[in-house]
Design a protein around this ligand. Sequence first.
Ligand SMILES: NC(=O)c1ccc[n+]([C@@H]2O[C@H](COP(=O)([O-])OP(=O)(O)OC[C@H]3O[C@@H](n4cnc5c(N)ncnc54)[C@H](OP(=O)(O)O)[C@@H]3O)[C@@H](O)[C@H]2O)c1
Length: 317
Amino acid sequence: MPSPTLLSRPIHHTGYGLMGLTWTPTPPEIPIAIAAMKAAVDNGANFWNGGIIYGSPTYNSLHLLRAYFDKYPGDAAKIIVRRPSSRKKSTPLSILGGTKSIDIYETARVDPTLPIETVMSTLTPLKKSGKIGGIGLSECSAATINRAAKVGQIDVVEVEASLWSTEIFTNGVAAACAQHGIIVAAYSPLGKGFLTGKVVAPSEFEEGDHRKHMPRFQPGVKGLAERKGVQPSQLALAWVRAQGRKGDNPVMVPIPGSTSVERIRENLAAVELTDGEVEELDALVKEHTITGGRYPEQFAKLCFGDSVTLEEWNKKG
Ligand SMILES: NC(=O)c1ccc[n+]([C@@H]2O[C@H](COP(=O)([O-])OP(=O)(O)OC[C@H]3O[C@@H](n4cnc5c(N)ncnc54)[C@H](OP(=O)(O)O)[C@@H]3O)[C@@H](O)[C@H]2O)c1
């Protein structure tokens, strides 16, 4: 498949998610995290996904990025970093100490109290003046994407997409992205580890790990993986990418996370599925009933969100 293009630059078929390097009960030591990030670069991943919300105010993705680019300043130009703001907090760029500029600025979730038109008309001039490289939205509805696209170009929409999170292909989000030429950054493409064949039940996660309360179970992808001679994780990622080959879908770039050099290498390898294999996995998805939502109820409310309309906003005064 040809390389996806983001901000007019070719990017690898698969990106890299930084969340697990800082936002777990027991984050890896900084040298281990940096070795993982280096492995991502060395294996081609030049689209990274991090955020101030991934960790604590004193240790999150930005701190780690700073440590990484202090050590490998030459890599700053190679990598596109997408950095979500939290809905409530702005991103204190001083943490980066000038080691890296903002490539893609993303609103993490949709603020239901702020019209998306206002968000876009604030960010678009910043993009035009070069203060930010691009604009990202996250977990938004198709209607919000369509409204936002009338104001300015959205570069990326970040949403969960995997063999067991297929909602975007039926709720209009993927179609809206395709229509407006937006890349989908598919987060949790390995089902947060459940689709790798190595985790069987939420009870296996340590206390304090948010996945302990994720209510789903793993469909079997092991059979096809064994026949193809690849890992189930590679199959799961290849399936996400392959959705982008289908007529109405946008370019799909999965952003798996891993703390292990070996697994990062595995995830970034070029494994492609034939159309027949995609159909086989599609059938597997159809025949499994996925039980439980993607998030516990209080967080699910913020997914596929709609912002208030300008009309409603004006009425409120
Ligand atoms: N915007 C949002 O709301 C949101 C939410 C969640 C995630 N994200 C983004 O998406 C990225 C990835 O999502 P995620 O971490 O939730 O889930 P994921 O990438 O689907 O899965 C990560 C888990 O799978 C394990 N893993 C990775 N590669 C593996 C392999 N080849 N074999 C076996 N196990 C493997 C990792 O463990 P090891 O570390 O031990 O390898 C980790 O436990 C995050 O880093 C973050 O950037 C965004």
